[in-house]
Design a protein around this ligand. Structure first.
Ligand code: ARG
Length: 246
């Protein structure tokens, strides 16, 4: 083999080229995480991540293909090429970053708390929940899961597969509190006024980023420049207002 052949073989094809030749951008996400990705009444996927994904596909001249994937299988789905990118409100953590690459953060969130209305005044911070007499629920495999174990580890922790099932435990009085990303909790509290109280001071720092397979500098470069463009030309702000401020 000549030198050129060897170096070409050693260089994996970028997902950018695969996306363009396939004519589609396959985006992994997990519906149910308001306002980033949800299913509307007509069964269509909608939300901030979905709109960004559609714009991204458009900017590549390809169609947007949604790949709704359970959260605990979402990184494996990316690594086994079931999708080209995860646009799912994924927090950039060191642990995940050992397995995937992240584009620059597109938003920063943190964990907040939904609690039983009867606890209002008694519980004023996550610290007050750190007691075995409290049952705290969150979603399996999320940063809510990690933060609850780390900061509220003395409580009776219960994990749910979906955010909706977790939050419902508080509405039904079966749990004292639900720990999750602030944007979800803010919307949930607005939709369930009187049934939950939102402690809306985030207690973790969580940049969210689009995840791709490692060793793909071309795609990473594309994503960071795409993000910069949407932030500079008003597109990002328009979508932010649509999903976070209305
Ligand atoms: N930001 C949190 C995490 O990375 C929760 C994300 C959940 N996303 C979803 N599409 N269900 O663990």
């Amino acid at each position: 083999l000549g030198v050129a052949t060897v170096s070409q073989a050693a260089m994996a094809e970028s997902a950018v080229d695969k996306v363009v030749s396939a004519g589609e951008l396959r985006v992994c996400f997990e519906a149910g995480y308001m306002p980033f990705e949800m299913k509307n009444k007509n069964g269509e996927f909608v939300g901030f991540d979905i709109d960004m994904g559609k714009l991204m596909a458009k900017s590549m001249g390809v169609k947007f293909t949604p790949v709704n994937t359970a959260w605990d299988g979402i990184i494996p789905a990316l690594l086994t090429d079931k999708c080209d990118i995860i646009m799912g409100g994924m927090t950039i953590t060191a642990e995940r970053n050992l397995k995937v690459n992240f584009a620059d953060p597109y938003i920063v969130v943190g964990q907040s708390i939904l609690m039983k209305p009867s606890l209002a005044g008694k519980i004023t911070s996550y610290k007050d929940l750190n007691d075995p007499k409290y049952t705290v629920v969150t979603k399996l495999g999320t940063t809510g899961d990690a933060a609850t174990k780390k900061y509220i580890g003395q409580s009776n922790i219960r994990l749910f597969d979906t955010e909706a099932d977790g939050a419902l435990e508080v509405v039904n009085g079966k749990a004292d509190a639900f720990v999750y990303d602030l944007p979800f909790n803010a919307i949930y509290a607005a939709q369930n006024a009187g049934k939950v109280v939102h402690l809306d001071k985030p207690f973790t720092y969580e940049p969210l980023g689009w995840a791709i397979r490692k060793n793909d500098p071309d795609f990473l470069n594309f994503l960071n420049n795409f993000l910069r463009q949407t932030k500079g030309d008003g597109t990002y702000d328009r979508l932010y207002q649509k999903w976070f401020e209305s």
